[in-house]
Design a protein around this ligand. Sequence first.
Ligand code: NCD
Ligand code: ZN
Ligand code: ZN
Length: 462
Amino acid sequence: MELTTAHPQPYDLVVEGGRLVTPDGVRAATLAVRAGRIAALLPPHTPTRAATRIQAAGRHVLPGLIDSHVHFRTPGLTHKEDWAHGSRAAAAGGVTTVIDMPNTRPPLHSTQAAHAKADLIKGTSLVDYRFHMGVAPHTLGELADLDPRVATSVKVFMAGHHTAPDVIHDPATLDRVFATAADRDLRVVLHAEDNTVFRLLDDYLGTPRTYRDYETHRPRSGALIAVARVLDLVRAHGTRAHILHVSSAEECDLLAAAHHAGLPVTFETTPHHLSFTHHDTRRTGARTRISPAIRTQADQDRLWHALTTGELATIGSDHAPHTIEEKTRPPADAPPGLPGVQELLPVVLTGLRRRLPDHPLDDLLTLIATACAARPAELFGLAARKGRIAPGHDADLVVLDTDATWCPTPDTIRSKCGWSAYEGWTLTGRPEITVRRGEIIFDHASGRFGSATGEWLDPAIP
Ligand code: NCD
Ligand code: ZN
Ligand code: ZN
C-alpha cells in the first residue's frame, strides 16, 4: 500500500483508527473520502479535517462486498423479496454492490427489459447494482443484440426448477449461446446441472415423499455431467464461463484442473454449501432445500479448501428468498432457495475461523475481500472502480467488528421473507457501519439506514 501524502483539506469522510484490508496487505491507516471516492490512505494519526468521521479503532475495514449472485425478485415475484428489503439486507451484511439474476416474471431477456427493470428499481436501492442478462431458446436474437453497457454476462440455467422456467438444455441451442457469448465478449454464468439426469430420475423415483428425497432426485452426477458439457463448449468456442453455486468435491477438482489447463473457467460457491450438509435437512425441512442440493461433509470440506487455496474465484450468496408458506409446502412442492445476502460475510468469517483457528485473522479477512469483492469486480467489469480499498476507487467500505456476535432471528433479518436458515446459529463478525460511495448506508449502533440512492452501474464509466 502506498501511503499518499495529505490531500488539500477538508474531506467529506474520514475513517480512522482501523486496520484496512487492502490488496497490498492489512495495515493501520486513515482512509479519506472525497466526492464518493477514496481520496487518500494516510499514515495513522495524520491530522485531517472532515465533515464526517468514523472512529474505527479495534475494527477492520474491508472493501464493501460485491455479491454477484442475488435474486431480488423484481419484477413479478415481489411477494418473496423486493429491492427495498433486499438492499437493506445487503447493506446490513456489508454488501455494497449486487448483481441480480434474471429469473423474474417476466424474465430479463433483452436490453429493453433491463432498462424497464432499472426504472422500477431506481430510488429504492441502498446499494449499487448490475444485472446478469438471461436467455431462453427463443431469445437468442436479443442476446446477440445486447448492449454491452447493460450486461457483461449472461446467465444460463441448464436445468429447471420452480423459479427457473427458462432452461437451455438442448445441445444445439447451448452451443449457439456459447458461440454468441464468445462473439459478444460476454461471460456465461451457469446453473450447471443436467436436465436429462433430473427428468429421468423424477420419472423413475416418482413424487418425493420426504424432504430428504430431494437430494436423491438432484444428485451430484447431474452437476458433474453439466460441468463436463460446459468444459467442452468452453474449449470449442473460447467462451469465458463462471460456474455458479458449486456443491461437490468432484466439481472443484474438475474445475480447478480445467483452470490449470488454461481454460477460461472460474467458479463460485455459496455460504450455504459451506455451512450445511444433507443431514441438516432432517432439522430444517425445506429451509436448506437449494438447487444444487446441499451435499456431504466431505464436499463441504473440499469447498472450504477451494476457498483457502484460491481455486474458487467467488462466493455469491445466491440470496433466493421464498416465503415461509412456500418453504413449508409438501416435499414435492417446496421451492429451492434461501436468503443469504445479509448472512454472507458473518457466515464465511465464522466458518473460516472455526476451520483455521491458527491463521492470522488478517489473512482470513484478505481471503474474504478477495472472493467477495476483488474477484467479482474483475469478473464482471467493475474492477476500475469497485472491489478494492485503493485511492481513486469508490468509497465502498464495511467497518467490521470481528468479535461481535449475531444470532439471526426474524426481527434482525432484513429480507422481506423474514427468516434465515441460520436461526439458532451464533455468527461471529458483525458489520458495524457500511459505506457506499462515501455515504453511510447502514449503522448498526443506531439501526439506521441511509438513502436509497444506489446506482445502476455502467462499466463504461471508470
Ligand atoms: C434460485 C431461485 O429461487 O431463484 N433457487 C435456488 O435454489 N438456487 C434459483 C437458482 O439460483 O438456481
Ligand atoms: Zn442456480
Ligand atoms: Zn441463484
